[in-house]
Design a binder for this molecule. Structure first.
Ligand code: ADP
Ligand code: XUL
Length: 519
């Protein structure tokens, strides 16, 4: 038996999967929702509410407590001593700030105290800004001015300077609290922070997640000295090294061997970002397949044969953990927007799905800019949706079912328009993330993109991507044979367009018009 473990430290939860690579089966799965299981952190959706000036932070100690709970759940389902390989991923862009005591603390973790108790004193900043934070417009401008132009920042790093990316976040911290910045000996991403704790050693950052910082040069896949200098002083000393996704960082720390009965010398493969991990976990690491992830954020991404940047500056290039690069477009108003409209009408998900099933494709011309918080694709500063319909009742939110269809159609019309720069004409879109289980949403995606939409039988593509990467790296498994075994398609999971392309022709035009009026 050769077991591989994959971990996903995401926005709203920490989850894990254990796979048996010889039998091609899932042996154990665990999920800890931060809001439900750790209410003491006051983060119902995984982030601290009421941030000021666009700040969205989370407590890194919550991520550590969740990791321990996940291992407890797994250990009741399988013998963790049989696990032979570990890897995983974290929500992208979030940053953890640690003082000098971190290096000793992480390498001498004791089982008589929790991880969070031992790491607590190492934080030089109590909370971690995460990808939803959009407080750094000024810092983006400053970095861009120092480098020369947005196109130069984009040519170097694969993205223009953008609020949620780690570099602008680091600069804001440096400006707001220079002495705490000076007291910071290490800045980690969520992925490299979790990987460090598991390895019992300060871990490197991979090229997949490193590309989401506005600090790495794409040609060299290494820190760019000019971007570092434009961001904050002495930054090179505070960052880990960068390595490809095909690197092993060491072995599982003694802490986990003792506490959860893993085997000593269990190898750990470098962690990556949740989206790059999902690329592997969806069997899409080779160019030719498009993935749509409907998580807290919605992301649309694909492995690319060559580096392609978005001329509008909203898209990104990241490293592909199995080699090469990937392009990605991120939409902030993903699941939380869908939840907001569901809750507005006090619906549950079944009633939400019925609303989609009982309204016609195209919604009789009624539409919505579905932005409940400022959006980044495209950049627009709305804090509530705009409705445009053919009746006052619709525009006054008096037609719940039509409003729900307008929201979902608006999300995917916008997504199709914003992802055109990738020049992909997918024959099939692979769907993943929490909302992908909703058949009615999957059908709208098929209708708007006019292509087949397919889900895989294994849920949780981020954690699965971690387990597969660990197996490829440490268990000498071949990518193609793992993909053939783990990505079998079940016909119930396939959705074909049920309307013709003409159905949405006018909607695309009207949506762009409505958007332009609101920009
Ligand atoms: P993340 O990985 O970003 O933490 P997930 O991929 O786990 O997020 O997705 C969580 C989201 O899935 C929730 O916010 C919820 O809105 C959404 N979700 C769960 N069930 C359904 C459903 N039946 N229909 C639509 N959305 C759903
Ligand atoms: C991608 C992005 C989000 C986070 C959280 O650029 O910001 O998708 O990775 O999932």
């Amino acid at each position: 038996m050769s077991l591989a473990l994959g971990i996903d430290s995401s926005t709203q939860s920490c989850s894990a999967i254990v796979i048996d690579t010889t039998k091609s089966t899932v042996v154990a799965e665990a999920v800890v929702n931060f809001g439900e299981s750790l209410p003491q952190y006051n983060a119902p959706n995984g982030f601290i509410t009421n941030g000021i000036a666009g700040e969205v932070h989370a407590d890194p100690l919550m991520w550590l407590d969740a990791l321990e709970l996940v291992f407890e759940q797994l250990s009741s389902q399988c013998d963790l001593a049989e696990v032979r390989a570990i890897s995983g991923a974290g929500q992208q862009h979030g940053s953890v700030y640690l003082n000098e005591s971190w290096f000793d603390a992480v390498s001498s973790l004791k089982t008589d105290q929790s991880l969070s108790a031992q790491i607590s004193n190492c934080l030089s900043r109590r909370s971690a800004p995460i990808w939803m934070d959009n407080s750094t417009t000024e810092e983006c401008r400053e970095i861009t001015t120092t480098i020369g132009s947005s196109s130069t920042v984009c040519a170097k790093s694969g993205s223009i300077a953008i609020e949620r990316f780690t570099g602008p976040q680091i600069r804001r911290f440096y400006k707001q609290d220079p002495s705490a910045y000076q007291n910071t000996a290490r800045v980690h991403l969520v992925s490299s922070f979790i990987c460090s704790v598991l390895s019992g050693a300060d871990a490197p950052i991979d090229t997949g997640d490193g590309a989401g910082m506005n600090l790495m040069h794409l040609d060299r896949w290494d820190w760019d000295p000019e971007l570092l200098a434009a961001t904050a002083p002495d930054l090179a000393d505070k960052l880990p090294t960068i390595h490809p996704g095909t690197t092993n960082t060491g072995f599982l720390a003694e802490y986990f061997v003792r506490k959860f009965r893993f085997s000593p010398k269990t190898p750990i493969t470098i962690f990556t970002g949740d989206n790059p991990s999902s690329l592997v976990g969806m069997g899409a690491a080779e160019p030719g397949t498009v993935v749509l992830s409907l998580g807290t954020s919605d992301t649309f991404f694909a492995a690319m044969p060559e580096v392609v940047a978005d001329p509008e500056g909203c898209g990104h290039v990241f490293g592909n953990p199995l080699g090469g690069s990937m392009s990605l477009q991120c939409f902030v108003n993903g699941s939380l927007a869908r939840e907001a409209i569901k809750d507005k009408f006090s619906y549950d998900w079944d009633q939400f799905s019925d609303a989609l099933n009982q309204t016609p494709a195209g919604n009789e011309g009624q539409m919505m800019l579905p932005f409940f918080r400022p959006e980044i694709s495209p950049r627009i500063e709305l804090d509530k949706p705009q409705l445009k319909g053919n009746s006052q009742a619709f525009e006054n939110w008096e037609q719940p079912d039509a409003a729900i269809r307008a929201c979902i159609e608006g999300q995917f019309i916008n997504m199709k328009l914003r992802s055109d720069w990738m020049q992909l004409s997918p024959e099939v879109i692979y769907l993943t993330g929490g909302a992908s289980q909703n058949d009615a949403i999957a059908q709208v995606v098929a209708d708007i993109f006019q292509c087949k939409v397919q889900r895989l039988s294994v849920s949780g593509s981020v954690a699965l991507g971690g387990a597969l990467r660990a197996a490829i790296q440490s268990l000498e498994c071949f990518t193609q044979s793992l993909e053939a075994e783990f990505f079998k398609v079940d016909s119930e999971q396939v959705f074909n367009p049920q309307v013709s392309a003409d159905c949405y022709t006018d909607a695309f035009i009207s949506f762009e018009k409505l958007l332009k009026q609101s920009l």
